[in-house]
Ligand binder design. Structure first.
Ligand code: PLP
Length: 375
């Protein structure tokens, strides 16, 4: 069994993907071919924002978003403690300081009260200027952007939505990557919308920021003359081949894949729901998840090890996202302050089960039964 079955996905979409890639090869516009701008329009339209700026990966998308607002040395950027390293790394690489914030134990997303405490503590105890917060739509579920947004407003923080795992999620019908002042996503192959290599995108309603991003991702080139560089930027473009693949994948995502992962999640919750020692993923009312992961909480790390071993013996892959909070990462050890009990508990007890749009009922049942055998 595959954890995220990209081979089956390709076999179902093969005719269209092969044709789309073939067109790029014969047209030979490998950089900034027309598929890139077409895709940007399609993505902006789907998300419901004015501008989409594609780039080379999700990490660059976050970094460029912060760069476009001039975040740098002396600035504090608040990030949930329980997330992928890139959410914090994008701040560090620009000379800013990531400040870790505990999570809500139910949703695994940033906790607004903990955010407020972290901002207050930063103001009281450091020389840093609170500048931005990056709520993450972890495992496909949008963060509580309303509550985090209120804290951000109170302290004049820029809100950068990390929608790397969230593309396709919703709150009250509004789509992920449209929350906050600016949003970033990743098209890493295993993401809800993935390409066949690296890719990413930034979303904004601000025309000036969009223009700045289009320059920053091209070494700071001016729009009229690419050899007139007005500021220092980076080289971060989405390849035309990846854009062509994403056009086919976006269609499948909209037409059936997002519904399919929701169906798989419902089956898991149905089959596992009877066991009160397992905490199932929460999707609050009015929220929709893109199910980047289906992540359960087991009673403790010992039980998690037992479940993971049992699954392995049955040929079922599972993953621990994430085995440690950011404050426990070697690179940040010593610099992190604060306490993160919910993130620490999650790191000890979470387990992500196979999840993808092409999972059959029998597979979901087999995984669930194998988990239940441990109880
Ligand atoms: C929450 C989160 N943010 C950022 C990223 C970075 O994306 P990429 O791997 O495309 O650079 C990822 C990718 O795993 C992610 O999960």
């Amino acid at each position: 069994m595959e954890f995220r079955d990209l081979k089956t996905q390709y076999s179902r979409l093969k005719t269209d993907i092969d044709a789309a890639v073939g067109r790029v090869l014969s047209e030979a516009h490998f950089i900034q071919g027309k598929q890139v701008s077409e895709l940007e329009e399609q993505l902006a339209d789907y998300v419901g924002v004015k501008h989409c700026i594609s780039c080379a990966n999700g990490t660059d998308a976050l970094t460029l978003a912060l760069m476009s607002y001039g975040i740098g040395a002396g600035d504090a950027v608040f990030v949930p403690d329980f997330t992928y390293i890139a959410t914090a790394g994008c701040a560090s690489i620009l000379g800013a300081t990531p400040v870790f914030v505990d999570i809500d134990p139910q949703t695994f997303n940033i906790d607004a009260d903990a955010l407020e405490r972290a901002v207050a503590q930063t103001l009281k105890e450091t020389e840093l200027t609170p500048k931005a917060v990056i709520p993450v739509d972890l495992f496909g579920l949008p963060a509580n952007h309303a509550e985090a947004g209120q804290v951000a407003q109170k302290y004049h923080l820029l809100v950068v939505e990390d929608g790397a795992q969230g593309f396709g999620g919703t709150i009250g019908g509004k789509r992920a990557c449209s929350f906050g002042d600016i949003a970033a996503t990743s098209f890493f192959p295993a993401k809800p919308l993935g390409c066949y290599g690296d890719g990413g995108a930034i979303f904004t309603n601000d025309g000036e920021i969009a223009a700045k991003l289009n320059s920053l991702k091209r070494q700071g080139a001016s729009p009229a003359d690419k050899y007139d560089n007005r500021e220092v930027g980076i080289n971060s473009r989405l390849d035309t081949i990846q854009a062509a693949i994403l056009q086919v994948k976006l269609k499948a995502f909209i037409e059936h894949e997002l519904a399919a992962v929701n169906w798989v999640a419902e089956r898991y919750s149905e089959y596992l729901g009877g066991c009160n020692e397992i905490i199932l993923p929460t999707v609050p009312d009015t929220y929709g998840s893109a199910w980047a992961q289906y992540t359960i909480m087991l009673p403790d790390s010992k039980k998690r090890f037992e479940v993971q071993q049992t699954l392995k013996e049955s040929g079922i892959p599972s993953m621990i996202y994430y085995p440690r909070g950011l404050h426990q990462q070697t690179v940040f050890s010593g610099s992190a302050s604060g306490s993160f009990p919910n993130a620490a508990k999650a790191a000890e007890c979470v387990l992500s089960l196979p999840m993808h749009p092409y999972m059959e009922n029998a597979d979901v049942r087999f995984v669930a039964e194998s988990v239940l055998r441990c109880f």
